[in-house]
Design a protein around this ligand. Structure first.
Ligand code: HH2
Length: 255
C-alpha cells in the first residue's frame, strides 16, 4: 500500500502533494512501481496534529480519488463519516480509519457500502496519544481490542472477509511498545484477520538509528517491514514503494 498524503503537515511528505496534479502523478507512479493499493489521506494524524474540517478534507481528497481509482484500488484514510461516504462514492474501495470505527456513524457508512474496512488501534487521539502511553501487556490489549472491533463490525453487517486489522504503530505507543508489537506480531496475525502494518519512516526508526529526519529512515523502514512480513503481515503501508516492492520480491523468493 503506497502512501499519498494530500496535506500541508504530514510528518514525512507534508506539503509535497497538496497540489492535485502532483498528487495524482505520484499515485500513478506508485501503481506503476508495484503498489497494489494507494492510501489517500487529507488530514495528518502525526502526534500533535490539529484536526481538519470535513469540507477541507474532501476538497483535498476527492479529485485525487476520482482519478486514481480509474487506474487501481484506492483507500481513503479518514475518521470522518462524510469523508468516508463521499470517497467511496468517488471510487475508494477501502475505508482506513485510524480511530478504529469507534464512531457509530463510521460503522453505519461502512455497512452501507461494499468497501473493505481497516480497523486500527490508537490509544487516545493524535493530539495527546504520545503523552506517556501505558499498557499492562500491549500486544494482548491491542489484539483483544481489534478482535472486539472486528466482531462489532461483523454484527453490524460487514462481512468478516472485508475486515483488516492494524496494531497502529506509533499511535499511543512508546518505542518499547512498538518493538514488542512487531516482535510478537504473530499473536495478532493469529486472529485470522488480515493484518496491515504502517511503520514507514515513523519515529521509532529514527530512535533506533539516531537519524531524526523522516526522509532518511527508508532503509530502516524496509528492514522493519520485512520483519513484519516474516511474522505474517499481509499489507504494508509504505512511502518508498520501489524499494519496498524490491525487498518483498527478494524476501518472498527466499521465504
Ligand atoms: N499511519 C499513519 C496514517 N494512517 N493508517 C493505518 N492503517 N496504519 C498506520 O500505521 C497509519 C495510517 C501515519 O503516517 P502518515 O500518513 O505517513 O503521516 P501523517 O499522519 O502525518 O499524514
Amino acid at each position: 500500500m503506497g502512501i499519498l498524503n494530500v496535506t500541508p503537515d504530514s510528518f514525512s511528505d507534508g506539503g509535497k502533494f497538496l497540489d492535485a496534479d502532483r498528487a495524482i502523478a505520484h499515485g500513478l507512479a506508485m501503481f506503476a512501481q508495484g503498489a497494489d493499493i494507494v492510501d489517500v489521506g487529507g488530514e495528518s494524524t502525526r502526534p500533535g496534529a490539529q484536526p481538519v474540517d470535513p469540507a477541507t478534507e474532501l476538497e483535498r481528497v476527492l479529485p485525487i480519488i476520482s482519478e486514481l481509482s480509474r487506474h487501481g484500488p484506492v483507500s481513503i484514510d479518514t475518521s470522518k463519516p462524510d469523508v468516508a461516504a463521499k470517497s467511496v462514492a468517488a471510487g475508494a474501495s477501502v475505508i482506513n480509519d485510524v480511530s478504529g470505527f469507534r464512531d457509530p456513524s463510521m460503522v453505519r457508512v461502512a455497512s452501507e457500502t461494499a468497501a473493505t474496512v481497516c480497523v486500527m488501534h490508537m490509544k487516545g487521539d493524535p493530539r495527546t496519544m504520545q503523552q506517556a502511553p501505558t499498557y499492562d501487556d500491549v500486544v494482548t490489549e491491542v489484539r483483544d481490542y481489534l478482535k472486539r472491533q472486528a466482531d462489532m463490525l461483523e454484527s453490524d453487517g460487514i462481512s468478516r472477509s472485508s475486515i483488516w486489522i492494524d496494531p497502529g504503530i506509533g499511535f499511543g505507543k512508546s518505542l518499547e511498545h512498538n518493538l514488542e508489537i512487531l516482535r510478537r506480531l504473530d499473536e495478532i496475525v493469529a486472529t485470522g484477520l488480515p493484518v496491515l502494518v504502517g511503520l514507514s519512516r515513523k519515529s521509532f526508526i529514527g530512535k533506533l538509528t539516531g537519524d531524526l529526519h523522516p526522509s532518511n529512515r527508508g532503509i530502516g523502514s524496509v528492514a522493519a517491514m520485512l520483519a513484519a512480513a516474516a511474522k505474517g503481515a499481509r499489507i504494508v503501508r509504505v512511502h518508498d514503494v520501489p524499494e519496498s516492492v524490491q525487498a518483498l520480491a527478494v524476501w518472498g523468493a527466499l521465504s
